[in-house]
Design a protein around this ligand. Sequence first.
Ligand SMILES: *Cc1c(COP(=O)(O)O)cnc(C)c1O
Length: 376
Amino acid sequence: MRPIQMVDLKQQYHQIKKEIDEAVLQVLESTVFIGGKGVQDFSNNLAEYLGTKHIIPCANGTDALQIALMALDLKPGDEVITPSFTYVATAEVVALLRLKAVFADVDPDTFCMSPESMERCITPRTKAIIPVHLYGQAAPMAKILEIADRHGIPVIEDNAQAIGADYRLPDGTVKKTGTMGLIGTTSFFPSKNLGCYGDGGAIITDNATLADRLKMIANHGQKVRYYHEMVGCNSRLDALQAAILNIKLPKLDTYNASRRRAAEFYNQAFAGLSPVTTPVVAPENSHVYHQYTLKLEGVNRDGLRDYLEEKGIPSMLYYPVPVHKQKMFDSVDLGQLDLKVTDWLTERVISLPMHSELDEEQLTYITKHVSDFVHR
Ligand SMILES: *Cc1c(COP(=O)(O)O)cnc(C)c1O
C-alpha cells in the first residue's frame, strides 16, 4: 500500500508531470515571470469555468479577502460578520484593516454559517458579510443573500475551500460557489482543490466597476503605470503558477469527482457506526470535499488520532481553536458572543485523509482502523 497522506501532491504531480514540466519550462524559456499571456489565459479560463465575468488574480487567498474588503471602502470600526468556525484568514483581514469582526455561529450539521445567527449579528454598523463555504460545500447562500439584500449589506464569499462546488438557488438556477455574492475570493494554496505549486489566489466578480477597482488595489492603486490613485497593495499571481493552474483547471471536475468517490466510500463504511456522524450535505449543494470531516460523539478524539497515527494514518483538526478564541483577538472587545455550536464542534470534529488520489486499498485500511478504535 502506498503511504497515506492528508493530501498526496506528489502522486498527483506524477500523473501530470509531462504537461506540467513542459509548461514550467516554457515559462522559464520565455522569462516572462510576471503577468503575460498565461496569467491572462488563466483568468479567462477560470471566469468561463465559474460562469462569471471578471477574475482578478492575486498572490493568495488571504490577499483576495483583504483586497475584496478594501474595495468596499469601509471606515475603521465598521463591522464585518464572519463565522468563527473557519480558517483564521477570513477574520484576520478584517482586523488587519481596522474593521470589527463580528462572529456568527454555524450550523451543527453542515458546519457553515447559520443565517439566523448571522442575522442576529447585524447592526447599523454592519458593512459586509463573509460566509465561508467550509470544507467544500456552499453556505446557505439563498438565505444569506436574502437577509443581506434586505439590509443592503454586500456579501463576500470565501470560496477558498469549495472551488468547483455547485449551489442550486431557489429558482432552480445552479451557480458555482464564489459567484453569488458581490465578490468571491479563492486560494490556490497547494493543498486546495485547485492548488498551484506555491501561493496563488483570485477574486471573482460580475461587476465591471468593482473589477477595475479590485485590479487597481491589487496593483499599488494604479490604473496607469506610475500614477497611484489610492493606497493598494502588491498582489500578483505569477506566471509559473498560472501555467500550472492552466493545466490543472481542466482537471478540476475530475479531481473533485475522485474526492466525492472517496467520501462515498467513507460514508458507506461509517454508516452503521453510531458514535461517528458523516458529513451532511445540504440538498441544494454539490460537495467537493476539500475536507472529509467527521463528528465524534463519546469517542476519545485524541486517543483515536494517536491510534491512527500508530497505524500510519494522518488526521487533522480543522480547526483546533475557533477564531474568536485565538490570542490575536484577546485585546478586542468581541461583545456578547453566542457561539455554542462553534465551541461544541471544535471539540468534536476530526478530518481524515482526503485527496484525489486515495485508492480503495488505502480507504479500506483507514475505515477499518477508525471502526476498530470506535468499537473497542
Ligand atoms: C486557505 C484559506 C484561506 C487563505 O488562503 P491562502 O492562499 O492560504 O492565503 C482563506 N480562507 C479559507 C477558508 C481557507 O481555507
